[in-house]
Each structure stands twice: as structure tokens, then as C-alpha cells.
Design a protein around this ligand. Structure first.
Ligand code: ADP
Ligand code: MG
Length: 518
């Protein structure tokens, strides 16, 4: 059975599968487009609309439309529509459903086995939420894959690793609502995310905003006595739509005219590529600053040159992106299907995964007629994990991390800790997860994810030792075992770094099957 790759994007999503000749192919949606807006419209209790029609519904019924739900993945932030609360996983599940239903219409075959891509910076909770969104949608999620890795697969940037030896790849991803830069290294067979950085609130829609503001200005200048077109939701939504169209068109041509309509008046505004570049220069400059930070961090970690610089995300179609990277860094970036590359790469990865699963089941690669790729993609911890401890001399509380971000999973780390008082009869083990982008020992920069209490025998002096073993597997199961060695007393704390329980997922799947989704 065919396997599918899904790019569940912040603003646009895309689905691809491997075609009969082994190449990834994007499947168009029912509207005939390669990508589908990640927008969900809760029309009524039993009918949900996804994609362009949902985006269009924003004008008429904005309170029932959800955009940018990806930003909430991994957080318990339900939204209520028609008397029912929907988690981010459930909302994302409806996007996935639309994608695979349309894929089925395109191929005539049920899409069930999928790999879904996630940003490289997604922690285990967000990855788990993405998996569960897939399960709610009734899919078998073979794996999740980091978006830059998927993109690099589609670009073929990892293919000739065997001949070329170690490689370093910089992925610059400017999407609709986010910007990410990631450095990947391929050493021998091992592919790793060396570092990743970005801005969660910087993307193509900020470019649209600038164009909208400019168009509204021109309209106001022309009709000083008319109302502001931005004060009317309907005119504003139309303007946003036209501005995005104009921006896209200007990636391929020099001029484009938008007719700004409001209260029966019309002003034709001519835009040029140069003008839009001027209006958005500072946005692009911000991506340059972040890229420079990433390049510097990669250098600190031993990578000072890149074999490939890959452009990903629809907004990199703007010629100014490649030109700016060339001018600022001397890069020769590659640009090819930047808004489809992640889904296509996820499909390649899905094929590899399915084949490996089959090999493990004993079928062997020969039988599938496919060849193994010459590398192993290692899953790394996206955050650090540790416990909260108290400095025995100063009384200061801080966090000691045993597992660090980018440690290859599965990871198992053992460390000794000590009591701080004479005759201390118990120690509280507080398991902490790094909260920010960088590891910090400040408790405030970490989130408590679980706790337990270990008994210590009576009469022991302070600094009495006990042992902690942290084990984190690739699926996000964190297991902490604390042991008092003299008595053998031990406690075990298991944390699933993720959100919804299996029951909640099952329930959500049943609820969704009763809804019409189109
Ligand atoms: P996501 O961020 O959800 O992963 P994409 O990578 O598809 O989504 O990027 C979407 C962004 O790309 C949107 O802001 C869209 O307007 C922009 N975009 C798509 N095509 C073009 C184009 N030809 N020129 C400029 N921007 C484009
Ligand atoms: Mg994307």
C-alpha cells in the first residue's frame, strides 16, 4: 500500500506520495491547488469546512474560523464551537482529513499510512500532538520527520553522502507565519539537526500586511472623504486576499495592478516588485540576522561552511530572498518547489520508514524492490530534561539537566545526587523540562513535568547519595528511576511528553467520524 507524506503547515498544508516510478508527487486538492490553506471553519455542529473555502468564510463568520492552529500544538488550549471544545490536535485532524480525502479523490486509493512533518524546534509534546492529530484523523502515523530533513531529502541533498563524506546543509524556511533556519550535518551515515533557530511570528503574512497597508493608503489618498477600507472586515479581507495574490504574482513579474474596492468606489493601484521589496526590506533583514546567528552557532559547533543552502517555504519564491542571501553571505541557494519540498520529502521518508518496518517484520528489502538509503536519521531530544536541586551551601535552587537538547535518542543518563540535611528522610524528585530555546539552570526557565518522593533510611548524614537514571526514548517516553542504594528503595516516574491520552484520542476520532468535513 502506498505511503504518504504530509506537510501540516502553519498557513498552508500539502500532501504527496511516491509515484509508480519512485518519485515523490504532490496530490492536488479538490480545488485543483497543490497546497491547501490550513484554515478550519466550524460551519455547524456537524459540518466543518477546510482550506480555501474556510479562508473565504473569514469574511462572513470570523468567530467560527481557526487559523494558525499549529502555533498551539502541544498546548492545552481548546476552542469552543457550537457547544463543543476542540483541542489543537482535533482541529489539525480536520485539516489532515481534508488532505487525505482529497488525495483519495485524486488517486482513487485510501491514504492511511503517513509521515507528518514538524518544525525542527518542536519539542516532544508538539511532536506527540502532531502524531495524535493524525490518529484522530484515522491515520497510521509511521513517524514524524523534521521539516528541514524532509526538505533536504526532496532536494536530494543527502543522496551523494556516500561519495562526498561529511556534509553540512543550511535550510532557510520562510513560510506564511514562521521563519526557521536549520543546519543539518551528515557524518558518515548519521544525519543530525546541528542547530535550529527562527521566529515564530515572522512569515509571508507579514509581507502581505505591508502590501495591505500600502493599498489602503493609496485608497485613502484618492478618496479622503470615504471610510477607511480597513475599518470594514469584508473590504479588509478582500484586500488581504488581493495583496497576497499580488505578492505572489510579483515573484514572477515586475508589475501587478490591484483594484481596491470599498463602499462602491474603486482605485486601481499599480504595484511593482521593487516597491514591495522596499516595503518589506526590514522583514527580510530580520531573517538575515537570524540566519547569521545560526551560521555563528554552527561555527561554534564546528561547521563553518555549507555544502548546500536550500530554500524552503512559499515566501522564498520572492527573488529578493535568494538575492539577499547571496549578497549577505555569498551563498548560492537552491530554489525548487519550495512550498512542496517538505511534503515530497516526507513522502520519501515515509517510503523509507515503511520499508524499514517491513524489513524488521522479516520481509526483507529485496521483496519490496526498494533500496535502502545510505543514512540513519537520528532523532534527537528537542529539549533538556533534569531535576530541580538545592545548592547545599547557598540554598539556591537550580536545575541540573541529565538529558540535553540534541542528545541522540534513545538516551539513558545516570547521575548521583545527595541529601542536603542530616537525617533527611525523603527527597522530592522534581522532573523538569527546559522551557526556553536555550538550556538554563534557572527553575523559572524550566517547566515541572512530574514529581515523586524517594525514602531515605533514618540517621544518615547530609550529602547521603542516591542515584537518578533518566531514559528518554524516541517516542517521547521519559522514564526516571531514583534509587537509594543501601536499602534498594526505588521509585519510578514515567512521563509521556505529550498531551492527549489514548482514550481522548479514540473519543475524538469517533466524534470526528460523525462530522462532515469538506
Ligand atoms: P507554511 O508556512 O504553512 O509552511 P508555505 O511554505 O506554503 O506555508 O508558505 C506560505 C507562504 O508563502 C504564504 O505567505 C504565501 O503567500 C507565500 N507564497 C506562496 N507562493 C508565493 C510566491 N509565488 N511568491 C511569494 N510568496 C509566496
Ligand atoms: Mg512550512
Amino acid at each position: 500500500m502506498a505511503v504518504y507524506g504530509i506537510d501540516l503547515g502553519t498557513t498552508y498544508s500539502c500532501v504527496a506520495r511516491i509515484d509508480d516510478v519512485g518519485r515523490p508527487a504532490v496530490l492536488r486538492n479538490l480545488e485543483g491547488a497543490d497546497t491547501t490553506p490550513s484554515v478550519v471553519y466550524f460551519e455547524s455542529a456537524d459540518s466543518v469546512v477546510v482550506g480555501q473555502s474556510a479562508k473565504d468564510a473569514t469574511v462572513l463568520d470570523p468567530d467560527h474560523v481557526v487559523q494558525l492552529v499549529k502555533r498551539d500544538m502541544g498546548e492545552p488550549v481548546p476552542r469552543e464551537f457550537h457547544g463543543r471544545a476542540y483541542s489543537p490536535e482535533e482541529i489539525s485532524a480536520r485539516i489532515l482529513r481534508k488532505l487525505v480525502d482529497d488525495a483519495k479523490a485524486a488517486t482513487g486509493e485510501e491514504a492511511r499510512d503517513v509521515v507528518i512533518s514538524v518544525p525542527a524546534y518542536f519539542g516532544l509534546a508538539e511532536r506527540d500532538a502532531t502524531r495524535k492529530a493524525g490518529e484522530i484523523a484515522g491515520l497510521r502515523v509511521l513517524d514524524v520527520v523534521a521539516e528541514p530533513i524532509a526538505a533536504a531529502l526532496d532536494y536530494g541533498a543527502l543522496e551523494d553522502a556516500a561519495e562526498h563524506g561529511d556534509r553540512a546543509i543550511l535550510v532557510y524556511d520562510l513560510g506564511g507565519g514562521t521563519f526557521d533556519t536549520t543546519v543539518l550535518t551528515l557524518r558518515g551515515r548519521e544525519l543530525t539537526v546541528l542547530c535550529t533557530d527562527g521566529a515564530k511570528e515572522l512569515g509571508g503574512s507579514d509581507f502581505d500586511d505591508r502590501v495591505v497597508a500600502h493599498l489602503a493608503d493609496r485608497f485613502r489618498e484618492r478618496f479622503p472623504d470615504a471610510d477607511d477600507p480597513l475599518s470594514d472586515p469584508q473590504s479588509e479581507t478582500q484586500l488581504r486576499k488581493d495583496a497576497e495574490e499580488a505578492k505572489k504574482a510579483l515573484s514572477f513579474r515586475e508589475r501587478y495592478t490591484v483594484r481596491v474596492m470599498h463602499q462602491g468606489r474603486v482605485e486601481a493601484v499599480e504595484l511593482t516588485r521593487g516597491l514591495v521589496e522596499e516595503l518589506t526590506r526590514d522583514l527580510l533583514d530580520r531573517t538575515v540576522d537570524i540566519t547569521r546567528r545560526t551560521v555563528e552557532l554552527a561555527a561554534e559547533r564546528g561547521v563553518s561552511a555549507f555544502d548546500e543552502v536550500l530554500l524552503v517555504g512559499g515566501a522564498t519564491k520572492m527573488p529578493a530572498v535568494a538575492a539577499t542571501l547571496r549578497a549577505q553571505f555569498g551563498f548560492e541557494p537552491r530554489l525548487h518547489n519550495p512550498d512542496l519540498a517538505v511534503a515530497r520529502g516526507a513522502a520519501l521518508y515515509a517510503l523509507d520508514r515503511a520499508e524499514r518496518d517491513r524489513a524488521e517484520e522479516g520481509a526483507g528489502a529485496e521483496e519490496t524492490g526498494l533500496t535502502h538509503r545510505p543514512y540513519e536519521i537520528s532523532t534527537v531530544a528537542s529539549r533538556g530534561y533534569g531535576i530541580k536541586v538545592t545548592d547545599i551551601d547557598t540554598g539556591r535552587e537550580y536545575v541540573t539537566h541529565l538529558v540535553h537538547a540534541n542528545d541522540v535518542l534513545p538516551a539513558s543518563v545516570t547521575d548521583d545526587f545527595h541529601t542536603i540535611r542530616d537525617d533527611q528522610r525523603k527527597v522530592r524528585i522534581e522532573v523538569m523540562e527546559q522551557a526556553g530555546a536555550v538550556e538554563s539552570d534557572e527553575p523559572a526557565h524550566n517547566t515541572a513535568v512530574a514529581e515523586g518522593t524517594l525514602k531515605i533510611p533514618p540517621g544518615k548524614p547530609k550529602r547521603w547519595p542516591f542515584q537518578c537514571v533518566f531514559t528518554l526514548d524516541t517516542s517521547g517516553l521519559l522514564n526516571v528511576v531514583a534509587t537509594e542504594r543501601e536499602t534498594g528503595e526505588r521509585i519510578e516516574i514515567s512521563v509521556r511528553i505529550g498531551g492527549l491520552s489514548q482514550e481522548a484520542v479514540d473519543e475524538a476520532r469517533v466524534a470526528m467520524s460523525r462530522q462532515r468535513i469538506g
